[in-house]
Design a binder for this molecule. Structure first.
Ligand SMILES: NC(=O)c1ccc[n+]([C@@H]2O[C@H](COP(=O)([O-])OP(=O)(O)OC[C@H]3O[C@@H](n4cnc5c(N)ncnc54)[C@H](O)[C@@H]3O)[C@@H](O)[C@H]2O)c1
Length: 345
């Protein structure tokens, strides 16, 4: 697979499809490795010789969303300081989105920003979290409340990691892949529609292709709008509904991807309701989502969902805004009256 380079802000951000044998190597004299607990345990053999190198240090982040907090950022910064990381050193984050968000945030703060390499090990982190510059932690009970924009200089991808990923986590990432296809890649859509068996079997050649294509979609958008002043919001297709579902059911009941898949279905139905989206396109996408075993009908109280969206509403200056599609690769943002939203819940 070819490498990808995007210009994010003032700096290039490179995605390199790496061999597993060399993926953890540092090119600097000193590096602090921030590693997901599962990965630290299961890739011990590959990691140990590198971590033993004089000058290198490591911090293992316990698995789970609750690790993405201020206290762990403090501990990562403390490790960097005790190790004596200097401006020419590096932080390497290895793990899912929890690790890549936290390691990036710490890297953006330490010495006002040091070199950052990310090695995503979940599908969601490969196609979404590790690339695009959003960093952060949860704060005050809210997700991603505190953070910075700090793109990694290099993101190293190996779909080999996905062989150990639990099914729920794998499908969570697939929802974002489907979203990328709908936003701007009809070839990716065709692959998803025609190569489902190979994708479920996690054949490396097809996984490389769908990760490469998803990153292409995100890269083109983020290159145009790093700090989400406009078009980057298109990447939130399905997410207003998804966040409301996650809030109402409690984080963790539905994986983020499962909630996003449901949300994409709702966003397209809302488009049909408003007369902007065709019934046939909506039905086709819903069929694809069902083929990937996503649940598209739920029994959650619509008042509670609307209330949860209302909390988002406050953040968006009193308006309920949705990312909608009139068709494939035709995404737009529209304010929608609450009464119309209710009809699709
Ligand atoms: N910065 C962004 O643009 C962005 C975008 C999307 C999501 N995110 C963030 O990403 C986070 C979710 O990321 P995630 O879904 O990767 O979750 P995660 O990091 O919690 O990883 C999920 C689980 O998989 C385990 N794991 C990691 N690699 C594995 C492997 N190769 N095999 C088996 N198990 C493995 C982890 O230990 C964890 O238990 C959220 O905090 C979300 O806010 C950030």
């Amino acid at each position: 697979m070819n490498d990808l380079t995007f210009s994010l802000g003032q700096n290039p951000s490179r995605v390199v499809f790496s061999k597993i044998e060399t993926i953890f190597h540092s090119t600097k004299a000193q590096a602090l490795y921030v590693i997901d607990e599962f990965v630290a345990e299961n890739y011990k053999n590959q990691l140990e010789p590198i971590l033993a190198k004089p000058g290198n240090g490591f911090f293992v982040l316990p698995s789970g969303e609750s690790s993405k907090d201020w206290e762990n950022i403090r501990k990562i910064l403390e490790s960097a300081f005790e190790l004596g990381l200097a401006r020419d050193s590096q932080i390497i984050g290895i793990g899912g989105g929890v690790v890549t968000d936290a390691a990036s945030f710490a890297a953006s703060l330490y010495l006002r920003g040091i070199d950052l390499v990310l090695v995503p090990t979940t599908l969601l982190a490969m196609v979404d979290a590790a690339f695009g510059g959003k960093t952060g932690v949860n704060f005050g009970g809210f997700k991603n409340m505190v953070g910075t924009f700090y793109p990694a200089r290099e993101v190293r991808v190996s779909t080999h990691f996905l062989t150990t990923l639990p099914e729920k986590e794998f499908r969570s990432g697939l929802a974002e892949v489907i979203k990328s296809a709908l936003i701007d890649d009809s070839n990716l859509y065709d692959l998803l529609a025609n190569r489902k068996e190979d994708i479920f079997l996690r054949k490396s050649e097809i996984l490389d292709e769908i990760v490469f294509r998803s990153l292409g979609v995100k890269g083109r958008i983020v290159e145009a709008d790093l700090t989400e002043q406009g078009i980057r919001a298109h990447l939130n297709l399905g997410h207003t509904f998804a966040h409301a579902l996650e809030t109402v059911t409690g984080f963790g009941t539905w994986s983020h991807g499962e909630a996003v898949a449901w949300g994409i279905g709702r966003a397209l139905e809302l488009g049909v309701q408003l007369g902007t989206t065709s019934r046939s396109y909506t039905d086709e996408v819903i069929r694809l989502l069902k083929d990937y075993n996503f649940t598209l009908s739920i029994s959650v109280d619509s008042d509670e969902l609307i209330l949860a969206m209302g909390r988002d509403k406050k953040k968006q200056e009193g308006r309920l805004r949705f990312v909608l599609q009139s068709g494939p690769s035709a995404t737009f943002i529209q304010e929608v009256p609450e009464a119309e939203v209710r009809k699709v819940l």
